[in-house]
Design a protein around this ligand. Structure first.
Ligand SMILES: Nc1ncnc2c1ncn2[C@@H]1O[C@H](COP(=O)(O)OP(=O)(O)O)[C@@H](O)[C@H]1O
Ligand SMILES: [Mg+2]
Length: 325
């Protein structure tokens, strides 16, 4: 694999609430190579968004990053001075938030804030900046960019706002784009168009993409690598071909089974994701829902270990294809 552009090591983020500690992100590690896509998947509430926010230290109190390293270009972002970190944000690592309203200024027109971003960071003339913004909006499936740029965020549909936020992040041509559920508010045709556009930009710019989604179809279409999160931790990761063809963690297997194929019925995953408040760490977090749980799983939390080249699994009894034979 090429030298990673982003390397995250043992990242943990907790929320210290009046009821106790919510361990939203626990010892998460991954790396991302230039031009490649890593998809972070998992059920709602498993820590995907908090992971993304932690990378750029955007978690708000009572959330706190309690440990970890986030290496970008030879520097640990968790140790940078705030003034330096502000320069990294946007230009080197851009983040598209899950809630697109939060990234847009309600009192400025779309065109003004898009162009302003380019003018401020790159010193382009306004006219040139507006032209670049309009072109990108058009490519993201917004056919009347000039009219759109004269609108205010509240005048747009959720899907349009999502694409404007994406455009905002892409305009600066970042080395790494972190996109949190960037296509969830969109219908499938528009979604496909945006994913294709993201891929094209990736090729053009060598941009690395950390794509957060709960949609396994998006993963199949986009990912080089996939990391499956459960209860704040990565439980399985590796090349998407390996993980999808030979899922080894019972949770990954359940997730993949829950996606209906033509003619097949949806198999929902039984039980609820656990609360991350006071989650015990002396046993497997998937234990209550695991169809294969054994004695060992009640005694010790499994570590993320290699089961195949590049494929890591946190399970005492990972499923191997040979088990079938
Ligand atoms: N402000 C907060 N206070 C307490 N807990 C929080 C807060 N924000 C997020 N969490 C907890 O962090 C966990 C992970 O949330 P999140 O990363 O948003 O999940 P995902 O993006 O995977 O749906 C959730 O279970 C939630 O309970
Ligand atoms: Mg989220």
């Amino acid at each position: 694999m090429a030298t990673p552009v982003l390397r995250v090591k043992n990242l943990s983020t907790y929320f210290h609430t009046s009821q106790g500690v919510v361990r939203a992100v626990e010892q998460v590690s991954f790396s991302l190579a230039p031009g490649k896509t890593l998809c972070l998947v998992g059920e709602s509430g498993c820590g995907k968004s908090v992971t993304a926010l932690s990378l750029l230290r955007l978690v708000e109190p009572p959330g706190k990053i309690v440990s970890g390293e986030v290496w970008l270009n030879g520097r640990d972002l968790l140790k940078l001075a705030s003034s330096e970190l502000r320069r990294v944000r946007g230009k080197e690592v851009a983040l598209v938030f899950q809630d697109s309203l939060t990234s847009l200024n309600p009192v400025l027109t779309v065109g003004l804030q898009l162009a302003e971003t380019v003018v401020a960071h790159e010193g382009l003339p306004w006219k040139e900046a507006r032209r670049r913004a309009a072109e990108l909006l058009y490519r993201l499936g917004l056919p009347e960019p000039e009219r759109l740029m004269r609108s205010y965020p509240f005048q747009l549909s959720g899907g349009m706002r999502q694409r404007v936020s994406l455009a905002m992040a892409l305009l600066l041509r970042p080395r790494v784009l972190v996109a949190d559920e960037p296509t969830t508010a969109l219908d499938v045709t528009v979604q496909a168009q945006i994913l294709a556009e993201l891929k094209r930009l990736q090729r053009e710019l060598g941009m690395a993409l950390l794509l957060i989604t709960h949609d396994l179809g998006v993963v199949a279409a986009m990912a080089d690598e996939v990391a499956v999160m459960y209860a704040g931790s990565i439980v399985e990761c590796g090349p998407v071909t390996e993980v999808f063809e030979r899922p080894a963690h019972p949770y990954t297997r359940a997730l993949l089974r829950s996606v209906p194929r033509p003619g097949e019925e949806l198999v929902p995953i039984e039980g609820q994701p656990p609360s991350l408040l006071g989650l015990p760490d002396d046993r497997c977090p998937f234990l209550p829902r695991c169809p294969e749980a054994r004695e060992e799983c009640r005694k010790r939390r499994p570590e993320l270990l290699k089961v195949a080249p590049g494929q890591l699994v946190a399970c005492h009894y990972p499923y191997m294809a040979r088990d079938e034979g």
